[in-house]
Design a protein. Structure first.
Length: 594
């Protein structure tokens, strides 16, 4: 039987030293006893690890965020998604109250606030309240004057209120007093505070998509996935009722087909989405929150049928990388070619609902206005970085000649990085190349003699290229005097040349193997050198980039309106500021194999 209870929460700093230990139920192992067992697993560690050597044996759920390690042990079988989601909610709430990024000093300086938050979010192991707006009603946050006077040994609140009321600390904006009825019944909307007031009313929509594409050596798509997030920022007074309409390339009916596995904030009315896919009706929390998340499969629908996809289903990539290897006279060079495509598919301009303002905001830029750099009408490509995995058999890379940008590699590192600027990308006609020469651990000068080059010395270097004896053509051409000497241990080269006997065939060999499977002579110095050089060639290359004003899924915001009949406390003459931003991020996302 699975349990849905949280037993404990441990937080470690960047040196894996426990800085917070919160136990909710049971008697789990301590934070200091679990961390060495957890670190015994090699990185990258999965989010779920079973530790049988712990006392008692536990399953550890972990998340690493801002160099901080969050662990939650469980001695019984638990729902994995629930525990991991709880850890993510803890991180989100701590960032709201303490500020991002999370640092060890912030947690230690505000331990009283962190303790209140953890007790409010989970009670006796049961997850209770994870909404930041509701937590602001229940968690007491001391003011800065009270902290200062408390640090020097003076009673902060009593001293200020009795001797000098004018110097009393201002009321906490995050903590609003509630009436007795409100304290008993709680807020009508759990995710929104009561009595919210803002001087400037603003609404921002940020859609961020992460692109991941894998291409075969021929250029055919193996996989193309998009993970999207719709972040919403509501700085508006009262209780607004909003309607956000989304659209995609191909029409409104393609929304349900494109958005796979959607997840929504509890404020979204699911019935409205089921009836009309693409319409999000909700009362937003105060501040920034994640409105929805989704996945999109960008592979053409009829790709499995070997038919050419339609125009709407063709995948557009702003950056594509290709690699050619085993170049040059010695086969020790490879070339990486980058192709940039700035012709982003056009999209209709976003429509603004009547009664709304648009423009460029300060905290979050708006692209609802006219054309600008990084807008949907003029996307901007930035941060183009090509990463090439380097084989462990490579000692160094020399003669790096990029036609554009800078290429860096340190001997012994696993990757070569090539950064390409894109401000004046048109001057290179959309292409750039990088030519490199690899140097192995056995160069031509220090290569051992043929008589001393045994298979045991090169077995590690020829992984994936070693040809067994069963594929060798029997006869004088594949059986030389050096092989006879190495097998018999005698120096009888002249005798073996005069008597060209066939070697013993392996039990797996056939009498007449196909000539196409016959490799070059295994004792040939040129053949061994070619195999060594081939083993040092890279097997793939990937490109990272970011695009402002463009989404690979084709999703866009069509409108954002406020329902005046359902909204309360906003005012008749209030015209909120509206803005939307599109961002595509691909971290080593477009990979080309070779």
């Amino acid at each position: 039987m699975m349990s849905s209870a949280i037993e404990a929460l441990y937080i470690y700093d960047e040196r894996n030293i426990p800085i917070l230990e919160q136990v909710y139920r049971s008697r789990p192992p301590s934070a200091t006893s679990i961390i060495p067992l957890y670190l015994a697993y090699r990185a990258p560690r999965p989010s779920l690890i079973y530790l049988p050597n712990a006392s008692p044996p536990v399953t550890v759920f972990s998340i690493v965020h801002s160099n901080l390690l969050f662990l939650s042990p469980s001695s019984v079988e638990s729902e994995s998604l629930l525990v991991l989601e709880f850890l993510h909610r803890v991180i989100d709430v701590l960032e709201v109250f303490l500020g991002a990024p999370l640092l060890t000093s912030k947690l230690q300086a505000s331990y009283d606030v962190v303790a209140q938050l953890l007790n409010e979010m989970c009670d006796a192991g049961l997850v209770c309240n994870t909404e930041s707006n509701a937590l602001q009603e229940n968690v007491e946050i001391p003011g800065w004057m009270e902290k200062f006077l408390g640090g020097v040994g003076l009673p902060g609140r009593q001293f200020l209120s009795s001797s000098s009321p004018a110097l009393a600390p201002p009321s906490n904006q995050l903590k609003q007093p509630l009436s007795v009825t409100a304290q008993v019944s709680g807020p009508a909307i759990p995710w929104r505070r009561q009595g919210v007031r803002h001087t400037s009313n603003e609404l921002y929509v940020d859609i961020v998509e992460s692109l991941s594409v894998v291409m075969a050596p021929s250029g055919r798509l193996i996989s193309a996935l998009v993970s999207g997030t719709i972040a919403f920022t509501a700085k508006i007074s009262g209780v607004p009722d909003l309607l956000l309409t989304l659209s995609a390339l191909g029409g409104q009916h393609t929304i349900a087909r494109k958005l796979e596995l959607p997840v929504f904030h509890p404020c979204v009315r699911l019935a409205r989405w089921r009836e009309r896919p693409g319409e999000l009706s909700f009362v937003p929390p105060d501040g920034r929150f994640i409105l929805a998340g989704y996945e999109v499969n960008l592979l053409p629908v009829d790709a499995s049928l070997d038919k050419s996809p339609t125009l709407m289903e063709k995948l557009f990539l702003p950056a594509i990388v290709d690699i050619r290897k085993s170049l040059g006279s010695n086969g020790t060079e490879f070339e990486v070619r980058l192709t940039l495509n700035m012709n982003f598919p056009g999209a209709p301009a976003t429509r603004i609902a009547p009664g709304g303002r648009s423009g460029s905001g300060t905290s979050t830029p708006s692209f609802l206005g006219g054309p600008s750099s990084g807008s949907s009408s003029s996307p901007t490509l930035d941060e183009v970085v090509i990463t090439v995995p380097i084989s462990k058999y490579v000692r160094n890379i020399i003669d790096m000649h990029p036609s554009r940008g800078d290429a860096t590699y340190s001997p012994g590192s696993e990757f070569l990085e090539w950064r390409v600027p894109t401000r004046d990308g048109g001057s290179i006609s959309g292409t750039a190349t990088l030519r490199c020469t690899v140097v192995g651990h056995h160069s031509a000068e220090d290569e051992p003699d043929e008589t001393e080059a045994e298979a045991s010395q090169t077995a590690d270097l020829l992984q994936g290229y070693y040809v067994p004896d069963s594929y060798q053509q029997p006869g004088p051409s594949t059986y030389s005097s050096s092989q006879a000497v190495s097998k018999k241990g005698k120096s009888k080269s002249s005798k073996s040349k005069s008597k060209s006997k066939k070697p013993r065939s392996s039990p797996l060999t056939t009498e007449e193997p196909s000539p196409s499977l016959t490799p070059p002579p295994s004792n040939s110095r040129t053949s061994r050198k070619a195999l060594l050089n081939a083993a040092m060639m890279p097997t793939s290359a990937s490109v990272s980039f970011s695009v402002r004003g463009w989404l690979p899924s084709g999703l866009r915001v069509d409108s954002l309106v406020i329902d005046p009949r359902r909204s309360r406390g906003l005012g008749e003459n209030v015209r909120p500021y509206k803005g939307v931003k599109y961002l595509c991020v691909s971290r080593r996302g477009v990979e080309r194999r070779c």
